[in-house]
Design a protein around this ligand. Structure first.
Ligand SMILES: Cc1cc2nc3c(=O)[nH]c(=O)nc-3n(C[C@H](O)[C@H](O)[C@H](O)COP(=O)(O)OP(=O)(O)OC[C@H]3O[C@@H](n4cnc5c(N)ncnc54)[C@H](O)[C@@H]3O)c2cc1C
Length: 546
């Protein structure tokens, strides 16, 4: 795709002098701190839409591989592991698909990642038939949302309240305790990982952004999946494309500080201090260069266990992952307030687990029980489970290197601090074998069907940190007005109307930051106003009154 049309741009070296942007960008360098999907997307936008040569771009990532939260790796004997399994939609995710319409597939010659994903979803449509399972192991009828009239009125009130009114309130400030027992809450909260104490603003944003999903939440029919796990299907093709553009992908490199100067009230990064394979390095940032920073990560300080051990209870003190944002934001309110998001692990932690099987019994029993072949269902949530446990059996193989005789599934639990129903321990203290025992208890399956299973648990202390109640200003803008060459790309930036805890949010933040800093005139795909469509609103209303 040709770079978008642009002529002149503000020259950061000499105030008020216009220079030819083509020359400016060709000579500029860009440094991206963090190698999550946000930074990978930003690099692609700089090349595709800004005409920046790939070799001028460096991505500095603390971990040994790129992709951040979108991880996924392993092999049959040691077991596969991924922190998350993602649901996407084709009706939203505007910036994500705008990006992936330009990224070639690695496995389907002549197709883009966008094409191959949509084709795959045409072949494998979601139609969950066992969305909720109760304590008797019965599939709960879910065509009704289970609302009382009071629930409907309260939900309507919350969904119509302005963000200034909702402010830092919690969902529980708007909805009565009964609401949290409705089928709607069980399905909506486990689809999107909401807890009752989370931000009312975020909850409201989800109601609007995903209004189309409201009327089909019980079957998850609107959900789109990637062909494999998201590392193999989203990160790898993008990484390969960036490599082909000669972008420098630098792993094992933790950025510890930004040197800066202030000029005419503007914050200007002048150097990047980092630890590259434990050795200190300083990278000079020259006038005209750009710095993009991934401030905060939902998977920071995550740890994995094994069949024999529970994951270590790490915190930000162990990882140092939030330190740079904390340092930068100190005394600079326009750079946000990380403490709002990372100060209460008890409210932001949950655990996932990945199970590798060498024997089809579990998949066979699940397909008999749920009525769904792997890849056609969705989350199966054990709604009365103390841990609030859900599992998903994706289409197989779920990993590029997964042999045909191996199956992999993923699950998670919203309340790892609670004692299980079949294991007398909090999930947080359980190893993989105990998690499988709990799962089989809810399913009433014989443990023998998981005989050779390898379950790898993963604790994520900040997984829902983006959902913590916040006020305007707690998150920086992608390009704060006081910044000359520094932009923020993450789940912790302020974007009107869009919903955090999505790949889309990070990609949108990247596109906004890149277009603004580089002065690109191409339009950013807007957030689709499904909530303004009379038909969608009507269908949602019908559903709410069923
Ligand atoms: C369990 C789970 C389930 C999910 N489900 C869905 C879903 O269904 N649908 C959906 O759309 N999204 C889902 N998501 C969310 C989605 O995966 C994330 O929103 C997205 O991947 C975040 O990308 P990011 O690039 O903003 O940040 P991250 O992936 O967090 O990347 C940030 C990177 O920056 C690095 N970094 C930070 N500071 C420094 C530093 N100082 N120096 C060097 N490197 C640094 C970190 O190491 C990290 O790799 C899920 C996520 C998880 C974990």
């Amino acid at each position: 795709m040709a770079p978008s049309k642009r002529r002149y741009w503000y020259n950061p070296r000499r105030e008020a002098i216009l220079v030819n942007i083509e020359d400016q960008i060709t000579n500029s360098k860009a440094y991206l701190v963090g190698g999550g999907i946000g930074s990978l997307a930003a690099a692609a936008f700089m090349i595709r839409d800004g005409g920046m040569p790939g070799e001028n771009i460096s991505i500095l990532e603390a971990a040994p591989i790129m992709g951040g939260s979108l991880d996924g790796a392993g092999e049959p004997v040691g077991g596969y592991s991924m922190r998350g399994g993602r649901m996407l939609t084709a009706d939203n995710y505007e910036c994500t698909w705008d990006l992936y319409r330009s990224i070639p597939s690695l496995n389907n010659a002549g197709k883009t990642v966008f094409d191959e994903t949509l084709d795959f979803n045409e072949e494998h449509k979601s139609n969950a038939m066992a969305r909720l399972v109760d304590r008797q192991r019965a599939k709960v009828p879910v065509t009704s949302m289970g609302f009382s009239m009071q629930d409907r009125i309260e939900l309507l009130k919350l969904s119509q309240a302005g963000e200034d009114t909702l402010a830092a309130s919690r969902i529980t400030d708007w909805l009565s305790p009964r609401f949290f027992k409705t089928e709607f809450w069980f399905m909506w909260s486990t689809t999107f990982a909401f807890q009752p104490w989370h931000s009312a603003v975020e909850f409201k944003r989800y109601l609007h952004r995903f209004m189309l999903e409201f009327s089909r939440i019980e079957t998850l029919a609107g959900v789109k999946r990637t062909i494999y796990n998201q590392y193999d299907s989203l990160v790898l093709p993008l990484e390969k494309w960036l490599e082909s553009q000669r972008v420098h992908l630098i792993s094992d490199c933790r950025v510890t500080d930004f040197a800066h100067r202030t000029e005419l009230g503007k914050f200007i990064v002048t150097a990047i201090h980092c630890l590259r394979q434990h050795k200190s390095e300083v990278i000079a940032v020259n006038d005209g260069d750009f710095v993009f920073f991934q401030n905060g990560s939902m998977t920071d300080a995550s740890s994995v266990g094994s069949m024999m051990t529970s994951p270590k209870p790490l915190t930000k003190a162990d990882s140092g992952g939030w330190t740079l944002w904390e340092k930068l934001a100190e005394g600079r309110p326009e750079f946000g307030n990380p403490a709002v998001f990372n100060n209460c692990i008890a409210q932001t932690c949950w655990e996932s687990f990945t199970v590798t099987l060498q024997n089809p019994s579990f998949f066979d029993e699940m397909s008999q029980f749920s009525g769904n072949e792997a890849g056609t269902g969705g989350l199966v949530t054990f709604k009365d489970s103390n841990w609030m446990m859900s599992i998903v059996l994706a289409h197989q193989p779920h990993f590029l290197n997964q042999p045909a005789n191996v199956q992999v599934f993923w699950g998670y639990a919203l309340f790892p601090d609670r004692v299980g129903n079949f294991v007398p321990k909090p999930m947080a203290d359980c190893n993989g074998a105990e998690i499988l025992q709990e799962l089989c208890g809810h399913l009433r399956f014989d443990l023998a069907c998981l005989e050779s299973a390898n379950c790898i648990p993963c604790r994520m202390p900040y997984i829902t940190s983006m959902f913590m109640p916040r006020l305007p200003g707690d998150r920086p803008l992608p390009v704060p007005s006081s910044s000359r060459n520094l932009a923020f790309i993450s789940q912790f930036v302020e974007i009107p109307d869009d919903t955090v805890f999505t790949v889309e949010y990070s990609v949108r933040a990247a596109q906004m930051a890149v277009y603004q800093l580089l002065g690109i005139e191409r339009d950013i795909p807007p957030v689709t106003p499904h909530d303004k469509s009379p038909r969608t609103k009507f269908e949602a209303l019908i559903k709410a009154f069923k």
